[in-house]
Write a protein that binds this ligand. Sequence first.
Ligand SMILES: Nc1ncnc2c1ncn2[C@@H]1O[C@H](COP(=O)(O)OP(=O)(O)OP(=O)(O)O)[C@@H](O)[C@H]1O
Length: 179
Amino acid sequence: MIIAVTGTPGVGKTTVAKRLAEILGYEYVDLKEFALKKGIGEKKGDELEVEVDELAYHVERDLKGQDVVLDGHLSHLMPVDLVIVLRAHPKLIWERLKARGYPEEKVRENVEAELIDLILVEAVDEHENVIEVDTTGKDPQEVVNEILNLIKSGTKRRVGIVDWSRVYDDVVPYLRLSM
Ligand SMILES: Nc1ncnc2c1ncn2[C@@H]1O[C@H](COP(=O)(O)OP(=O)(O)OP(=O)(O)O)[C@@H](O)[C@H]1O
């Protein structure tokens, strides 16, 4: 089974995906590393611009039928069996991406993406089997345990558990409109 772990940059995908793969005994695949190894896409700074359909073709060809946890903010656009969408309070995204030294405009862009459920909306457009997990206030192991329990209970779809509009006023200072 291929499990995608996706979400806004800085939400905790890699941290969770690696632990999840280890506990499940699945192969961990970083989608960006996979693309680089295949020579797919064009490096633009530390970003990799890829043609999603081309990447999906290679994921299908190379990983189909294998037990894999696929880590990346495009993984929900790949041919996978289950999508885990991680969520975090937009202020956490701000703090983590600022700490990483991202340019302010890029940090604000990602804060907005988290605020408006961008990745979740893309994931449910692409897949039936989507599980949304709010990681806010939980340590990585708690997040992984929640995912494992959901998988073990046969949950295929759990979405709509996060609504950051209720904290909009707290988030406004971290949006592009406040620049
Ligand atoms: N549940 C958590 N609680 C506290 N800190 C966390 C949690 N999950 C991840 N972090 C921290 O948040 C930062 C970002 O985590 P990580 O690199 O896994 O995110 P990511 O979504 O993979 O980011 P990117 O898409 O940019 O690779 C790291 O410093 C990590 O240690």
